[in-house]
Ligand binder design. Sequence first.
Ligand code: 13P
Length: 249
Amino acid sequence: MYKKPFIAGNWKMHKTVSETIETLEELKSLVKGVSDRTIMVAPPFTSLSDAGKLLKDSNIFLGAQNMYFEDKGAYTGEISADMLLEVGCKFVILGHSERRHIFGESDEIINKKVKKALQKGLTPILCVGEKLEERENGMVEEVIEKQLEMGLKSLTKEDVLNIIVAYEPVWAIGTGKTASPEDANSVHKFIKDSLKNIFSVEEDKSIILYGGSVKPGNIVGLMEKHFIDGVLVGGASLSPVDFSKIIKF
Ligand code: 13P
């Protein structure tokens, strides 16, 4: 689907509309002409409309950080797929560990969101990842497999070909601790093998991003690894200079 390195920024709860405009104008000029990467940014909901206008006809795709699985209705505080599409989103991050662990999102809810996004033509970026104690207890594969099985429940091979998976070990997010490129690569291989076993999706057809303290200084080592197709960057994506360095690694 996106065979170039896929470099995505998740801004989380950072940047007002005016800060978004300033950041994106700078980023746009820093990555002007870059055509050998797929670039995406996911600003907060309030910034999406302006960001969509600014990024139209640019080489930067727009994504959202979450959405709800119903089309419309009495769901105070929620945002629908149609709302995201209208402002220019092509991607939506789903099941981020902060959604799972701070806001209590279950695999069942995430699965409904993934299905709705696909039905509406948004590309889901499904996040999976283990907590520190799960890694210490040797449960990495078990945890990831369950998140994949439940998050992708009752999807077809065709659906899965239109999904991106992001491996984000919870202990590496915002902590400055990165999984070693070798450790990340081996989990990515496990994810690719699982997608092949469950959905018959060939290894070179799946896109698996790594997320967790990605910085200009560690991007090369990560991207050198065979099974790492791209990255989902938090903190370092807030700075146009740092993010553009990551993009152009
Ligand atoms: P950091 O890059 O700040 O560790 O965040 C990673 C992340 O959660 C991206 O979705």
